[in-house]
Design a protein around this ligand. Sequence first.
Ligand code: SF4
Length: 356
Amino acid sequence: MTYFNLFSNILATKGSTRILISDLQRNTSELYPLELYEIIVELKSHSIEDMMRNYDAESQEIIQEYLNLLLEKEYGFISKNDWDRNFPPLSYEYYEPSTITHIFIELEEISVLNTIKSSIENLGIKHLVIYYLKALTAQELIEIDETFKTSVLSGIEIFSPFHRDVDLSFIQVIQQNTVRIYSLIFYNCPQSPFKAKNEFRFSLRFLKDELQLSACGKVELKYFNTNISKVLEAINHNSCLYKKIGIDKNGTIKNCPLMAESFGNIHISNLEEAIHQPGFKKYWDLTKDYIETCKDCEFRYVCTDCRAYTEGNEKNKADLDISKPLKCGYNPYTGEWKDWTKNPLKKKRFNSLALK
Ligand code: SF4
């Protein structure tokens, strides 16, 4: 007898019409027909020969083709006499020691960072994302980095409007004088000032368009992520809001700067108090398995969520919004993608949310 052994790092997610096989070691995901899911499940409890016996000649040929595919893709291997017991299932538990991992700030004045610095330390925040509303000078970028010189904060991502002083020497100064900035994005840039290769410690991008905060939350294939820690987070928690905190340009503390609900203001309270406010963590454990439509989607563990822009038509018993993200044009029941902005109902809902 021969047995098919699926490698522990292979995650098969069943959707309504297709399955997604994610290789959590190689950070890749590929789509396959739904019937492959049943074959994978059957191969876990039957030898290949026993399984084949249950099918007619035509189906056996199809199963053999799928087996060849699973081997070719290195999703598993065949053993003789018994399953190989050296590949126990991977634990899908997720543990994150920090109280908060990410903070997202819509910033007008750098001095605000000094107001929240001690909270960043207390909460063990690792990533800071700044959406700056004014043009940043090189000195200000260095000042931001230096604010967290001896901090637990390990990475800073900055979105800033482009201005004419940003050229190669400007970027070289940032390169020489910062350690925590890992991503710099200049928006509103009609033309890149130079061709950026991979020569900098941080990633550097120049975006032509005006970047509005409301552009966040787009669901597209290019944003999907098969990184194992992101996938485990998505299996256990809300992939957008778990251990995240946001501050809008008025200093209002929120789950994300785009959400309406407020949990205080940094000018009169602090982040530690905010996270203990009733309701601050209410979305943290809302996984996509509980979100309408997403729960039937094969992308649900590699796709990010958005609770700021939703279709807004479903609530659960705890009064949580469990409707599908508004900026998703995928229909898992047909397997088709459509441009969500061409849907008049979604467009109307977006405009009404953006005005709030
Ligand atoms: S339906 Fe859209 S938002 Fe929901 S999991 Fe699928 S791709 Fe993501």
